[in-house]
Design a protein around this ligand. Structure first.
Ligand code: FAD
Length: 498
């Protein structure tokens, strides 16, 4: 074992949205922070979501008013913090008289409009679908309301970058294999999986933000009894060629009471999800199955004129919700509220474990978690994340930033410029600022993925493998051929060997 007994205030285990959010909030408040993630940032649940910053209109049916109000408020905060990766989206809800009655939907939308203050997002309204509608002709009426879209995997990376800007150390491909309390410190063993080396570090407090592994981490790595239990609920999405024009999303009700979203995706596609299937083991093995594919296809074919088949699926992904066990019978009805379990006995190092949550509430969860640490760090200043920008978020509008890129780099293809705005915001200047011709961008790996961008992702955003780049930092994987993807993988291997 390579012993280096560095001592930090806070060790965060898990680089999903909650771990990265907590690391960013704590580092901003002056704590020394080390975050370890066993794989890539956002490699688990936080890149497999439906990618919505939403109040969750469905949760009103479970009377989760507090959660909905909190989530609705977060939309406006996050829109301001990260206008490059989060933007408003209109949601259309076609009305089928055989399902939820119109009066019930109107009451739900009224609550949705009024449970929290809206500064920028427009309210809901009724709709009539005409002959141009992509929906089947018998669907004539519906409703429309506002929520937001988020690039979930990039939200995690931006939080990790914010944490690093405030002094945090972020270690990816590094697993916390065990930790024990010794006096007033945690003694933790971190395994660097890439180099197969182990390091020991000490921490005054530890945050267990291991998502689907939150409970097994307590049982297997800390050898303790978990204060709460989680239920693992798999959710899968499919991606098909675009089903409809426009920037609005459709929310489709199904006979089983669930709703499915059909969301415009990466320009040429529609993202369809999600399913809810309880699993009892091994979140790392979660994958879509035939029943889920047929279920999702069945729901969209009931609503849209354009019909799709399983053979149209170009990509799919599955994630596992680590839901707080509220002993509900139905996986769709299990609460999406989170629970922060805080253990802090006098003189002993603290442990804070995150059970459940949503992407939407990660910032509020992180603030609450770090507030709890005040018991150990009495001079902790207040959280500043309610008004702070995430890296790259300091611009007026996407259109103004795009015009600036086009003016300074008129040689850049316009679709690439548009993608850069929505992925990097002003971070784009870190790899575009010193370029004066397309040839300066280096090799084109395919689909407008240039060497300059890849080099930036390696040096600044912890990207290591082709998968990190093709499916998490970008979604270029959707557009590149197998040969192009292999070319990128070979290039990355050659760089790593240098
Ligand atoms: C299908 C689906 C759709 C969803 N849609 C939405 C949505 O539209 N909007 C919304 O707000 N929420 C949504 N959610 C919920 C949201 O995605 C999750 O609540 C959130 O991503 C959980 O983040 P996390 O950080 O807790 O967990 P994760 O993202 O899973 O992160 C935990 C991390 O810990 C790491 N780890 C585990 N053990 C160790 C260890 N010993 N050492 C080091 N690292 C370790 C893992 O590798 C993992 O990366 C959805 C979830 C699913 C599954």
């Amino acid at each position: 074992m390579n012993k280096s007994m560095e001592t930090v205030d806070l060790l965060v285990v898990g680089g999903g949205v909650n771990g990265a959010g907590i690391a960013a909030d704590a580092a901003r408040r002056g704590l020394s922070v080390l975050l370890c993630e066993q794989d890539d940032l956002a490699s688990a649940t936080s890149s497999s979501s439906s990618k919505m910053i939403h109040g969750g209109i469905r949760y009103l049916e479970h009377y989760d008013f507090g959660l909905v109000a909190k989530s609705l408020r977060e939309r406006e905060v996050l829109l301001k913090a990260a206008p490059h990766i989060i933007w408003p989206m209109r949601f259309r809800l076609p009305h089928l008289p055989s399902l939820r009655p119109a009066w019930m939907i109107r009451i739900g939308l009224f609550l949705y409009d009024h449970l929290a203050r809206r500064a920028t997002l427009p309210g809901s309204k009724g709709l009539r679908f005409g002959p141009d509608s992509p929906l089947k002709p018998e669907i004539k009426k519906g409703f429309e309301y506002s929520d937001c879209w988020v690039d979930d995997a990039r939200l995690v990376v931006l939080n990790a970058m914010a944490a690093r800007e405030h002094g945090a150390t972020i270690l990816t491909r590094t697993r916390c294999v065990r930790a024990v309390r010794q006096g007033d410190l945690w003694q933790a063993v971190l395994h660097d999986q890439a180099h197969d080396t182990k390091t020991e570090i000490q921490a005054r407090a530890m945050v267990n933000a291991a998502g689907p592994w939150v409970q097994s981490f307590i049982e297997d790595s800390l050898h303790q009894t978990p204060p709460k239990h989680i239920r693992l609920v798999k959710g899968s999405h499919i991606v098909v060629p675009r089903l409809f024009e426009g920037t609005q999303c459709y929310i489709l009700q199904n006979d089983d009471g669930r709703v499915i979203f059909a969301i415009p995706y990466e320009g040429m596609f529609t993202l369809i999800g999600t399913t809810d299937q309880e699993i009892f083991c091994c979140p790392e093995d979660a994958a879509i199955d035939d029943t889920e594919r047929s279920y999702l296809i069945g729901v969209v074919n009931r609503y849209f004129k354009k019909q799709v088949a399983v053979s149209d699926i170009v990509w799919s992904y599955s994630g596992v919700r680590p839901l707080l066990d509220d002993e509900s019978d139905n996986p769709s009805a299990v609460t999406r509220e989170y629970y922060l379990a805080f253990e802090h006995d006098d003189g002993a190092p603290a442990l804070l474990s995150v059970f459940g949550g949503k992407i939407t509430t990660y910032r509020e969860l992180s603030r609450t978690a770090v507030d709890m640490l005040e018991a150990l760090f009495p001079d902790l200043p207040e959280s500043s994340t309610a008004t702070a920008l995430l890296p790259g978020g300091g611009f007026e509008t996407q259109a103004i930033l795009r015009a600036e890129i086009e003016e300074r780099c008129p040689w850049l293809p316009s679709d690439v410029a548009q993608r850069y705005v929505r992925s990097y915001g002003t971070l784009v200047w870190r790899f575009l600022g010193d370029k004066s011709a397309l040839s300066d961008m280096g090799r084109d790996f395919g689909a407008g993925l240039y060497e300059a961008e890849v080099a930036y992702l390696r040096s600044e955003e912890w990207a290591v493998t082709a998968e990190d780049i093709l499916w998490r930092r970008t979604k270029r994987g959707l557009f590149m051929s197998d040969a192009e993807k292999a070319g990128l993988a070979q290039w990355l291997a050659s760089q790593a060997a240098m």
